[in-house]
Design a binder for this molecule. Structure first.
Ligand code: PEP
Ligand code: MG
Length: 594
């Protein structure tokens, strides 16, 4: 397991982007993404039976996973699309395939991984020779199954996580599906090779209040499950195989860190600026592990429930009934202030399966487009939400709306399902429907959009990505992801004005709202309702309660007149430190660019 057997591996350090602050010592839990490699190892004759047992257990585990996935696929995409997993299941039940692997293990005294790889490759080679295109293409099914069995053999499946008490999750990149499978109760930190400030790893880690760093480039090449690791996101550093001296230093730091939890006022989510402007702070939630934070941090309801995370939780989802239960829980959790449920925002960076076949998933069949193309999925979800709305106030927000047409089609479907539920005599509630404003076309047509929806939500994560054409999850372009770019500020200002003009509510729910300096600019631009990672509520509340909205507005106006992100950031640094020296330190403000 650990690389500490034999001579101790040398300490190695990585620098990356801190996306959730903290300091922890833990053990690596490697979560793999993509191709898996297998290596040969000769085993002792006495170990053959154990190896065979390991292989059989892996087959059983892989089979169980496939049955679950098949059920999810059938519910989500219909039976027609679930048949593909039958082929995978048949392979795992194919006695010839299994016998050949077992013989290889016994006769060659090979490790199970190598036997699976060799026999899988042989089968693949046979398929590659087949003339029939359809059959030849089934080779990818073999690759998939081999990968799944190797993964099961690796012992690194999330199901094994329960036993790892101090897990630091290390991955190339973490998809929401992987996160939902993890037992996050035991996770101490999350670090990834890829990612940016608004990547989902970052959002989730902040939601859970655990340290996180992204953009570590090649940590995954070196980190193995069980390795000792330090994540120090205060200093943007990860240390693998720390020496005894490094560990001692780290432990000393941990022992001097304040242990008492900061006092959180009960109604932190309802605040006034120093000149009496009311601002509401709500919570963004995606996983049950974050639910406790809603009340704990005093959120005024849930401004964004990222429903697509339900799809990834084994056994949850997809039937109307299961969704109904999940949304009912959200409604009850949100209390009198209600919750906004976003329709499945699938595709793009949110899932692998939907987007694997697309060249440019961020511009592909994502969010509302996915919902409209998979109408039965949309109808089931909408029915479940409307039924759950009898348990507490729920609104629906439509993700990634491009213009009024997207809204009109979605609304027609929602109205039809509302009528149908009524006719069936099922208890349900008519619901408010809002639009996520996160692409430039929505900003440019915001005045028209405001006439056909009940409210707006500003998704600044995607808005920055699409306005600036910067992939939000790509660490190589993280320097270009500038939330304070004047083009972004202009888009925010137009949207806020359009909502005000039409007299509809507007919630900002992107990560900008979680960041105190950005939150002040948002208030300066006219936002009065912000939704964020629950654990950010106290710090945002503290800062907003100490500033005057009029000052914030004056600064925001200056920023709007700038020509570049550098100029805006310079103004923000100067003005904030001058006006609010007790609220801001240089660390809380954008760093000057070299
Ligand atoms: C956003 O884009 O700002 C947003 C809130 O949604 P997500 O981060 O889930 O895309
Ligand atoms: Mg978004």
């Amino acid at each position: 397991m650990s690389a500490e057997v034999g001579s101790a591996p040398a300490e190695r350090r990585w620098r990356g982007l801190s996306v959730s602050e903290g300091l922890v010592i833990g053990r690596v839990l490697r979560i793999h993404k993509g191709a898996r490699h297998a290596y040969p190892a000769r085993i002792e004759i006495g170990d053959v039976n154990r190896e065979l047992e390991r292989f059989r257990e892996a087959i059983a585990l892989a089979r169980g996973q496939l049955l679950e996935i098949k059920e999810r696929a059938a519910n989500l995409l219909g039976q027609d699309h679930a048949y593909i997993f039958d082929a995978h299941l048949l392979m795992l039940e194919d006695t010839k395939f299994i016998d050949e692997i077992e013989k290889y293990i016994s006769n060659r005294r090979a490790n199970a991984e190598w036997a699976v790889k060799v026999i899988g490759d042989r089968l693949l080679a046979l398929y590659e020779k087949i003339k029939d295109d359809y059959l030849r293409e089934r080779g990818s099914d073999i690759e998939d199954v081999v990968h799944r069995v190797l993964e099961a053999l690796s012992g690194e499946r999330p199901a094994y996580l329960d036993s790892l008490e101090d897990a630091v999750i290390v991955s190339e990149d973490l998809l929401p599906s992987a996160v939902a499978e993890l037992d996050l109760k035991h996770a101490r930190a999350i670090v990834t090779d890829a990612g940016g400030w608004t990547s989902h790893t970052a959002i989730i880690a902040r939601g859970l209040g655990i340290p996180s760093m992204v953009g570590l480039e090649n940590l995954c090449q070196y980190a193995r499950t069980g390795d000792k690791i330090i994540v120090d996101s205060y200093h943007s550093e990860v240390v693998l195989h720390p020496t005894a001296t490094t560990l001692e230093e780290c432990e000393a730091q941990l022992s001097t860190a304040p242990s008492a939890a900061p006092h959180i006022p009960k109604a932190a989510g309802a605040l006034r600026t120093t000149d009496g402007v009311h601002v509401r702070l709500r919570a963004n939630v995606e996983l049950p592990a974050e639910f406790a934070g809603v009340a704990k941090y005093g959120a005024l309801g849930i401004g964004l429930f990222r429903s697509e995370f339900l799809l990834a939780q084994p056994g949850v989802m997809h039937s109307e009934e299961k969704q109904y239960q999940a949304y009912s829980q959200v409604a009850e959790l949100a209390g009198e202030n209600g919750a906004v449920v976003r329709l499945f925002d699938l595709g793009g960076d949110k899932s692998d399966s939907a987007s694997d076949s697309e060249r440019n998933p961020a511009l592909g069949l994502r969010a509302i487009r996915f919902c409209l193309r998979n109408e039965s999925v949309l109808r089931t979800q909408v029915r479940a939400i409307m039924r759950a709305a009898t348990k507490g106030r729920l609104d629906i927000v439509l993700p990634m709306i491009a213009d009024v047409t997207d809204v009109e089609i979605a609304r027609r479907i929602i109205d039809e399902e509302c009528g149908r539920l009524d006719a069936e005599g099922v208890a349900c509630k008519a619901i408010q429907v809002g639009a996520m404003i996160e692409v430039p076309s929505a900003v440019m047509t915001a005045e028209k959009l405001a006439r056909v929806v009940d409210f707006f939500e500003l998704g600044t994560n995607d808005l920055v990505q699409y306005v600036l054409a910067v992939d939000r999850g790509n660490d190589k372009v993280a320097d270009w992801f500038r939330s304070l770019h004047p083009a972004v500020l202009d888009s925010l200002s137009r949207t806020i004005k359009a909502a005000d003009g039409a007299g509809i509510p507007m919630i900002v729910c992107g990560e900008m709202a979680s960041t105190p300096a950005y939150a002040v600019i948002l208030v300066g631009l006219g936002a009065r309702d912000l939704s964020m990672t629950p654990s950010s509520i106290p710090k945002v509340a503290r800062v907003l309660s100490g500033v005057s909205a009029a000052d914030a507005e004056a600064i925001a106006q200056e920023c709007l007149a700038c020509a570049s992100a550098d100029e805006v950031e310079n103004i923000v640094r100067e003005r904030f430190l001058k006006h609010w020296p007790t609220l801001f330190t240089t660390k809380m403000l954008p760093a000057p660019r070299p």
